[in-house]
Design a protein around this ligand. Sequence first.
Ligand SMILES: Nc1ncnc2c1ncn2[C@@H]1O[C@H](COP(=O)(O)OP(=O)(O)O)[C@@H](O)[C@H]1O
Ligand SMILES: [Mg+2]
Length: 280
Amino acid sequence: MARTGAHVIVVGNEKGGSGKSTTAFHLAIYLLFEGYRVATIDVDSRQQTFTHYVRNRRAHMQERGLSLPNPKHFHLPSAWGDSIKENQRAEFDIFRRAVGEVEDNVDFLIIDTPGFDTNLSRLSHSLADTLVTPVNDSLIDLNVLARLDPDTGVPIETSHYSRLVQKARSERLAVDGETIDWVLVRNRISMLGSRNARQVHATLDTIASRFGCRMADGIAERVIFRSLFPIGMTVFDPVEDAAAEASSSHASARQEYRNLVAALNLPLPHRFREPMRLSA
Ligand SMILES: Nc1ncnc2c1ncn2[C@@H]1O[C@H](COP(=O)(O)OP(=O)(O)O)[C@@H](O)[C@H]1O
Ligand SMILES: [Mg+2]
């Protein structure tokens, strides 16, 4: 597929519950608040978490009379016909159409993908400039890259997902000579700094270079994320819960997302409008 004008961020990991949708949504809202134009695509037709997040946001805004930024959003359903070939053709068409509609008038296109392999997910990966893979802070989650020797942490066998990313990379290289910047993001980091977490960090560092990806510090484990989803809000939005604990938790989470965006090294074009004022 030909390249787009927008910088494409794909959030992927063949594992459910690693924080893909939460990360994708927060990145989108953060970049909007920063004054960039953002479109989003949800290709997880089964869970549609991202799409629900967007709907919850619109409903909450309406209910409260709030005026907050929203991405232009597309939800792409999978095709369910009898012929695989026709389904792939139909999916390619709706994907192409959605991308075509926004590629030249947004700065960032953020695509949220399901925790398993689908045609739409592959299409998304082949369009990625930046691939963000959230991994939970456990050795088990490193399976997204490779099967590891449980004693030494040495990779034994490349994972299905790593192979899929490598394939998307070589396709990308053939199309326009560009590569995919693959960034593993630690998510739900335990605040306790357990021995296991340190081991995960060390192992990730060693194997990241081998798989041509890099690692970024991500987001700590925080209960606030659970209450934000039903109202479609992010840590960047003004929320009414004024409890001191909640607000300091919000402020720390905001700082973590800012650090994450800095670590992603995104090309930051001229802002479309002035950043909106965020609280600390
Ligand atoms: N940093 C975090 N701290 C606490 N809970 C989190 C965090 N990130 C995500 N979650 C929660 O984990 C669950 C799965 O997250 P989600 O983004 O839907 O994952 P995925 O899209 O990979 O399936 C959700 O209930 C979400 O609120
Ligand atoms: Mg999801």
